[in-house]
Design a protein around this ligand. Structure first.
Ligand code: GTP
Ligand code: MG
Ligand code: ZN
Length: 308
């Protein structure tokens, strides 16, 4: 029996990196179930596994998944019940966003951030493609960055194309297990190719007509970085359903809303139209950004719809 870490999962086959640096293609045997959650994939990238290797062959059978330190789940859509583990045992997640080509929406960012908060995984934002931005785009970028920095999220300005901002990111990712997520076409895989040109991974174009990416990366895959640590590249996501959250706890994962909610008159205030709501007062005074509050209300309404 040997131990390794899953670096790629394609549904039925798993690529495992062992302690000696060998890569073994594995299948799973038996049933793997995680308490309390239903997932479409029992073994995920980042999982530490025990496997039995066929003598002399670079193929094996995974027999056990070791306890996960954490994991990040997604729902294939807002209303779907199917959940998928994107990756496990992650030190930090980066959401890559772009102001244009494609446009990343605030609510999408917020759905991602609350998921990371719920799983207690530090989340950071990367704004890529700064080389494309005119004055208006830059204003929009700076607005978002200041909004998220105030809330407590680190933000990075990046142009993979011009190679600006890559060194700072490298320093931050060094020696950690990092995951990069984001819409299709924002440049996740391009960043990996920049950080390690020998990877030569496939990237895609953003279409002129739809201004969206073409879902080039299809499975999450973990890559060892020459400067130390790992980066997990993931397929672009369209929408992000929130997982495992009660309606009355969604605001717990908006740090600035949660902080102020302690001053609401009613302990079970949902910050919609209750009297004495400190959150709504803070939104009016723009202490809480109205964009963030709008995301909160939309996500809450989406969750309500599911119960009807
Ligand atoms: N102008 C500009 N284009 C970029 C930059 N970074 C990436 N691109 C381009 O954006 C397109 C999409 O890049 P990918 O790296 O394939 O995007 P991705 O996020 O991996 O997309 P999926 O795998 O589909 O999720 C490619 O044409 C890249 O060349 C950048 O900083 N500036
Ligand atoms: Mg990609
Ligand atoms: Zn309130």
């Amino acid at each position: 029996m040997e131990q390794g870490i899953v670096i790629k999962s394609t549904g039925s086959r798993y690529r495992v990196l062992d302690n000696k640096g060998n890569i073994i293609d594995c299948v799973i045997k038996g049933k793997f179930r995680i308490k309390g959650i239903r997932t479409t994939n029992p073994v995920a990238v980042g999982d530490n596994v025990i496997f039995a290797q066929d003598a002399g062959k670079y193929s094996g059978i995974i027999t056990k998944v070791l306890d996960r330190r954490n994991y990040i789940l997604r729902k294939s859509s807002n209303l779907s019940k199917e959940t998928q583990i994107i990756a496990a045992n992650i030190d930090q997640v980066f959401l890559m966003i772009t102001i244009k080509l494609p446009v990343t929406h605030v609510e999408f960012i917020d759905r991602f951030l609350i998921t990371a908060e719920a799983y207690r995984i530090p989340a950071k934002l990367i704004v890529n493609k700064t080389d494309l931005y005119g004055p208006q785009d830059n204003d929009k970028m700076e607005y978002l960055i200041s909004m998220y920095e105030k809330t407590g999220y680190e933000c990075y300005r990046l142009s993979v194309k011009d190679d600006t901002g890559t060194d700072v990111l490298k320093q931050n990712m060094k020696d950690k297990i990092n995951l990069i997520s984001g819409n299709s076409g924002v440049g996740k895989t391009s960043l990996l190719n920049k950080l390690d040109p020998s990877l030569n991974l496939k990237t895609g174009k953003v279409s002129d007509y739809h201004k969206q990416g073409k879902h080039i990366t299809t499975f999450p895959e973990m890559h060892r970085m020459p400067f130390g640590g790992f980066i997990i590249d993931t397929p672009g996501i369209k929408s992000f359903g929130v997982v495992d959250m009660e309606r009355n706890e969604i605001y717990h994962f908006f740090p600035e809303i949660f902080r102020i909610s302690k001053k609401c008159r009613y302990y079970n205030c949902l910050h919609l139209d209750e009297p004495g709501c400190a959150v709504r007062e803070a939104v009016e005074k723009e202490i809480i950004d109205p964009l963030r509050y709008r995301s909160y209300v939309n996500i809450l309404e989406d969750e309500n719809r599911k119960y009807r």
